[in-house]
Design a binder for this molecule. Structure first.
Ligand code: ADP
Ligand code: MG
Ligand code: MG
Ligand code: MG
Length: 415
């Protein structure tokens, strides 16, 4: 066995030349493979390997945070969590994640389908390209992966085994716990922000209601082990074509609240929404695109609710809300009441997470290209202030805000 070594475009050839799952796709002459490193994420190496016969992607974890460097070590084991999440996602929502061809735990390396001609959704949002199936695909993905990873669906031994497996993803959970829920609200070392934002940041960091709400959401994140969440579900973890949607990069997977992935994703749609004005060549030329992003926000949740409800009615095989208590006693209304109660809790958490995600993408370490690529500082500042304002409102008012209220407020703030 060869000890872990980060691959180079050259060493990767030797590493994969004897892997049947690779050679059956690329051929056995590794010298003719074309290898390119394309990783643009914050953490890992990603290679595209191509031959005349086929292509695939190799993702390898580095023992540190790529964005920061080797001063910030990070366990290689995150590839185990990514692999295990990917194979579960493939079963729970078939066709929505890249097929896995090979996993090498020692090398922390996952070989998977090369998504092509897919592009990262965030880049599409920056350029203003619509994807008609996006909301439906993501609403279904959220409902199916979250429902089917929970005690609403899984046999108890499996749910508990997975809870134990993913509970070891401590280092990545720690990143979320600090970067999302705490760092934005104090002068943490790795924070950065657009200089003109200082007055708003001072206000936010002395905002008692906001800080309490953010910590309530952190409390929910660390204590509600409701289902297997993707853990990093933003528009940079989704690859799209005109028709297709693929979800990648679940290395942050852990048992967490139902509302976590939903809130993070909606926040990223809304960040894209506020960023649009910074990308307009003439004022208003992204107006239709802005409305489309709001419709994606609304419809993703709508499809989630419809599919989660369908699964509730047809696949409730876990230990929670047993049919024996409800339908089997001729009382389906009680299970419908319970469904509304559960959906309500998911929505409230989702809104809480949505707001803090909007904040940390403006104030924390990891910013989003939607805003970063606005070259005019004053326009970026306006977009960021709007994101901060909406984020504060939705997190603090998570228990009373509705989807209509969220959309109306986003439109009002944008005016
Ligand atoms: P990180 O964990 O470092 O963020 P990602 O899994 O997000 O890594 O991958 C980084 C980039 O590599 C993606 O933004 C995308 O451009 C590319 N990529 C990752 N997986 C694939 C794939 N299966 N097919 C094509 N490109 C991919
Ligand atoms: Mg990524
Ligand atoms: Mg990642
Ligand atoms: Mg960045």
């Amino acid at each position: 066995m060869i000890a872990y070594t980060p691959c180079t475009t050259e060493s990767l050839r030797a590493r994969l030349a004897n892997v049947p799952a690779v050679t059956e796709r690329l051929g056995t002459d590794s010298s003719v493979w074309d290898v390119r490193e394309v990783g643009d994420g914050n953490l890992n190496l990603v290679f595209i390997v191509q031959s005349l016969q086929g292509a695939l992607v190799v993702k390898q974890a580095l023992p540190y945070v790529r964005l920061v460097g080797d001063s910030w070590p990070l366990p290689l084991k995150r590839s185990v969590f990514e692999y295990n999440a990917l194979i579960r996602h493939a079963l729970r929502d078939p066709g929505r994640v890249p097929e896995i061809y090979h996993f090498d735990e020692v090398q922390a390396l996952v070989v998977m389908r090369y998504l092509s001609p897919h592009v990262i959704l965030r880049k599409s949002i920056v350029t203003g390209v619509q994807h008609p199936n996006l909301a439906a695909d993501m609403g279904l993905f959220l409902a199916r992966t979250l429902f089917r990873g929970s005690n609403l669906s899984l046999p108890a031994p499996q749910a508990k085994a997975d809870l134990a497996l993913f509970s070891d993803n401590v280092a990545l959970a720690d990143i979320t716990e600090n970067l999302v829920f705490s760092d934005p609200y104090f002068d943490a070392a790795m924070n950065r922000h657009t200089p003109g934002l200082d007055p708003w940041i001072t206000k936010l960091r002395t905002d008692r209601d906001m800080k309490v709400a953010a910590q309530a959401m952190k409390h929910a994140f660390v204590s509600k082990s409701e289902t297997l969440v993707h853990g990093d579900l933003h528009s940079g973890s989704i690859m799209v074509t005109a028709e297709d949607t693929q979800v990648i990069d679940p290395e942050f997977a852990i048992y967490g609240p139902f509302g976590f992935d939903i809130g993070m994703l909606l926040a990223n749609f809304l960040l894209g929404y506020f960023a649009q004005s910074g990308h307009e060549a003439t004022p208003g030329d992204r107006a239709a695109y802005r409305s489309w992003l709001l419709s994606v926000t609304r419809d993703t949740w709508g499809v989630f609710v419809a599919e989660f409800s369908r699964l509730w009615r047809t696949e409730r095989t876990g230990i929670l809300y047993q049919r024996a208590l409800f339908e089997d006693q001729g009382d389906p209304l009680a299970s419908e009441q319970a469904l509304q109660d559960v959906l309500r809790g998911i929505w409230v958490d989702a809104m809480g997470f949505c707001g803090v995600e909007m904040h940390r993408r403006v104030l924390g370490l990891a910013h989003v290209e939607d805003l970063e690529s606005i070259t005019d500082d004053s326009r970026r500042l306006i977009a960021e202030r709007r994101a901060l304002a909406l984020g504060r409102h939705v997190t603090i008012n998570r228990a009373i805000i509705t989807m209509e209220g969220l959309i109306a407020l986003a439109e009002r703030i944008e005016e």
